[in-house]
Design a protein around this ligand. Structure first.
Ligand code: GLN
Length: 287
């Protein structure tokens, strides 16, 4: 870096945080710091701890550009290309649904039903996207092995990248598949966070404009993917296996009914932190 042209980084934080705040962005200081950390290629912590941190002319332009994108409501995760989930950092792109904290309810539901972390579970993730659900589970079950499928080739590419960077490459495989179409095996755990937003539901502009529509919308009433997935569960679940499906607000009762119609047993419905029914757990009736 050419030090003579360098300008102290902290001078840029306040105006940028103010700009984000005026644009109605929550946590403007945190987001400015994260954007700055991205621009200088340093950790979030370094932004606090290094008073000598300086920006080059080029970095100043880059920072101004990313702040403007954020003001225009491009999600922070899509700008910096990553999003935290279950304590892990996932690469995300325009082709992958941003992992949401609500989906951590699904991870907790699996853990509460499979308390022995040494179990060599076989896990199937239907509609894996960034791979966040499967890879988070693998981080909890070191002897588990998993398959993630998606019908988006671009998403599979990102899921494979995340598996490699997070160190789970040997514990999983990813395949291009329309749900279970290419599969033959049975699994101990099946998970899915399928697209479940209905046509007439209103969603935030950041989601609508920047998440892949293929990963968001589940047909007219939002239930199309459950109609496809649920009848397949009895064929791909191990007799002692369990499946966990994320659902949208107000969808749990109907998903439970659809599962019961396929002779599946409802283990429980799990609520997220906002007390919204978020995950339906099912297994095969034991005869
Ligand atoms: N399984 C991924 C997630 O939970 C992707 C889900 C999707 O694309 N609908 O974030």
């Amino acid at each position: 870096m050419n030090v003579s042209n360098a300008i102290n980084a902290s001078a840029f934080l306040k105006p940028s945080a103010e700009k984000l705040m005026t644009a109605g962005i929550d946590n403007p200081w945190r987001e400015s710091r994260l954007l700055l950390a991205h621009v200088v290629g340093q950790s979030y912590e370094a932004i606090f701890s290094d008073p000598q941190l300086t920006l080059t002319e080029e970095q100043i332009k880059h920072f101004s550009n990313v702040c403007e994108r954020r003001v225009q409501r491009e999600p922070l995760s899509k700008i910096i290309g990553q999003r935290e989930f279950w304590g892990l950092e996932f690469k995300v792109t325009k082709d992958t649904l941003d992992p949401r904290p609500d989906s951590e309810t699904l991870i907790e539901a699996v853990i509460s039903n499979f308390p022995n972390r040494a179990q060599p579970l076989k896990i199937l993730d239907l509609g894996t996207g960034s791979g966040c659900l499967l890879l988070s589970l693998l981080s909890e079950y070191p002897n588990a092995w998993g398959v993630g499928v998606d019908k988006s080739e671009a998403a599979i590419y990102i899921a494979r990248y995340n598996a490699k960077v997070l160190g789970f490459e040997d514990q999983c495989a990813f395949a291009l598949s329309d749900w279970t179409q290419t599969l033959l095996d049975k699994f101990d755990v099946i998970i899915s966070n399928p697209p479940y937003i209905g046509k007439t539901e209103s969603i935030g502009v950041e989601t609508f404009d920047y998440d892949p529509h293929q990963a968001l919308f589940g047909g007219e009433d939002g239930f199309d993917c459950y109609r496809q997935i649920i009848p397949q569960l009895p064929h791909f679940l191990d007799p002692k296996g369990m499946a966990f499906l994320e659902v949208g607000k107000g969808q749990a009762a109907k998903v439970c009914e659809m599962a019961s119609n396929q002779k599946l047993n409802i283990i429980d419905v799990y609520k997220d932190l906002a007390q919204i029914e978020r995950v339906v757990g099912v297994n095969l009736f034991s005869s």
